[in-house]
Design a protein around this ligand. Structure first.
Ligand code: 5RP
Length: 219
């Protein structure tokens, strides 16, 4: 069974006619967006705010109307994936490099629904390297400051070049091994000059929909 598909499709049950939605990024929420596209074609009236250029392209291809981000202050529901999630709803996100837009969109959502297969459900966080978006200027300085928080950061590559986010920044993937105090680390990281945002999402998720290989769904 494809746990990602199970979770992605199940989460669409949170969507109602007339809603404004945040559309996450990645291979799990992909199934939610496909399902939403089907429902829109059958008459569902929704609008979506994409969290990446990749999701914007997919939504357009599927005919999902988009929200003008300059005029939105609140979203009803956002569905998005995660790289790690704990029973306390702490998340690591940004494996796809979209963490900044994902956090902006999640922060204005009345309900933030996370979709994942059971391989993502962990406790504590930290095996997955934490993505941190940094400005290209002086990124080596920022990297040194981040490493003082107890991790090994490495610059994400795209072939032989640095990976560039949709916002024109770099990503440092930071290997902590375990993250015991994600709320504190979230604040400490974002106080370092040069850090734009980090992939820790704490006190943001309202539900986690986990699709298991045996075909079961946990919420
Ligand atoms: C992208 C993300 C994704 O939601 C996260 O990487 C999970 O992706 P996938 O569903 O493909 O495993 O945060 O920035």
């Amino acid at each position: 069974m494809n746990g990602k598909k199970l979770a992605g499709e199940k989460a669409v049950e949170y969507v109602e006619n007339g809603m404004h939605l945040g559309l996450g990024t990645g291979s799990t929420v992909y199934y939610s967006i496909l399902k939403l596209g089907e429902l829109v074609n059958e008459g569902l009236d929704i609008k979506g705010m994409p969290t990446s250029k990749e999701t914007e392209k997919l939504a357009k291809e599927l005919g999902i109307p988009l929200i003008d981000e300059s005029s939105v202050s609140e979203l009803d529901v956002t569905i998005d994936g995660a790289d790690e999630a704990t029973p306390r709803f702490e998340l690591i996100k940004g494996g796809g490099g979209a963490l900044l837009r994902e956090k902006v969109v999640a922060s204005i959502s009345k309900r933030f629904i996370v979709v994942a297969d059971d391989s993502k459900y962990v406790d504590p966080l930290g095996k997955f390297p934490l993505p941190v978006e940094v400005v290209p200027f002086g990124w080596e300085i920022t990297q040194k400051q981040i490493s003082k928080l107890g991790c090994q950061p490495s610059l994400r590559q795209d072939g032989n070049e640095p990976f560039i986010t949709d916002n024109g920044n770099y990503i440092l993937d930071c290997y902590f091994e375990t993250i015991d105090h994600p709320a504190d680390l979230n604040v400490s990281l974002n106080m370092i000059p040069g850090v734009v945002e980090n992939g820790l999402f704490v006190d943001m998720a309202d539900a986690i929909v986990i699709g298991r290989k045996d075909g079961e769904i946990e919420e």
